[in-house]
Design a protein around this ligand. Sequence first.
Ligand code: NAP
Length: 280
Amino acid sequence: MAQLIDGKAVAARVRAEVKAEVEQLKASRGLVPGLTVVRVGEDPASKIYVTGKKKAAEEVGFNSWEEHPDESITEDALLAIIDRLNKDPAVHGILVQLPLPKHIDSERIISAVRPEKDADGFHPMNAGKLSLGKPALRPCTPFGVMRLLQEVGCNPAGKRAVVVGRSNIVGKPMALMLLQADATVTVCHRKSDLKFEVGMADIVVAAVGVPELIKGEWIKPGAVVIDVGMNRMPDGKLKGDVEFEKAKERASFITPVPGGVGPMTIAMLMRNTLDAAKAT
Ligand code: NAP
């Protein structure tokens, strides 16, 4: 029977570490890290996420601001906001909450953020550095998964890791981080034989967005299972991408949904913003 990985507790630890470093930074350099979240329009899910991010930023002692332009803002006007934030020395991290309205080219906006202030780690420069194995601000969700693995004493070196999903924000950077940690990495997608690949894995990271796609009986006994999936079910409950009840019979460690990877994403955003401030 697997041990549960308590993402809430690990995230609280990460925030406490960040808070302690913020206090040191204030004492040694008089520097207070600043995070600005840009939220366009009234997407209800974005509002919840942004509230969580602002709360965490305040908890760790950052200055935190929100830019909240109307849904009808033009791309040029949004670029002007980004340009102002890029030039503001009090702002060390800029996060553009996705999705943006359809008339705005998200890639153009993300690319306009200065890479040194790219708290989400989505800028092409940071993505490129990650693929080159160079230090960079890293996408928060896979960065959080690496911390969870570390917390349960799972060193990926020499292990077979299977990442299901190849999105630019989770699957691909996850695979690169595991590779950098010396795992042998396989990335799966719609054309993959999931049962075969998952069955070979010492570490399984599921980032798909299909409830319980990864069957418990596929899991290699003793594997570490990390479920990034967050699927809202008709009854309002959240379900992961892994068939949790059966997978936990075979895994050594497993993340629950909710309470596994979810809380880590915001905690690692705090870590990225602190690192961005320290680098100035
Ligand atoms: P995404 O952009 O939709 O990518 C999904 C990936 O899964 C794609 O690469 C897709 O393959 C693959 N896939 C979909 N159906 C599949 C199937 N039947 N068999 C095999 N592969 C399949 O999703 P995402 O943004 O990476 O998010 C994935 C999940 O993580 C979602 O549930 C999301 O809510 C969750 N998430 C959680 C957090 C968090 O903080 N915990 C953060 C981000 C995302 P193809 O490339 O072949 O289409």
